[in-house]
Ligand binder design. Structure first.
Ligand code: SF4
Length: 70
């Protein structure tokens, strides 16, 4: 899973880090960062992206580059 964080949109709400704590963390600027894109299951990563209130988590297929979310 290719994970991109839109740091302009991210509001540091932390939903992502609660749902997939091994993938997402919040840095000192209160923006999400990716710790390890393979740290949690793809299902949890997708759930984290869906629960982001500002859709700041963009997901794509690692190999094909095809957009998965949003
Ligand atoms: S849930 Fe969205 S807004 Fe909140 S920290 Fe994660 S990426 Fe940022």
């Amino acid at each position: 899973m290719k994970i991109t964080i839109d740091r302009v949109k991210c509001k540091g709400v932390r939903n992502c880090a609660s749902i997939a704590p091994n993938v997402f963390d919040i840095d000192e600027e209160f923006k999400a960062v990716v710790l390890d894109p393979a740290g949690d299951s793809d299902e949890d990563i997708l759930k984290a992206a869906k629960f982001c209130p500002v859709q700041a988590i963009l997901l794509a297929d690692e190999t094909s580059g095809k957009k998965i979310f949003p």
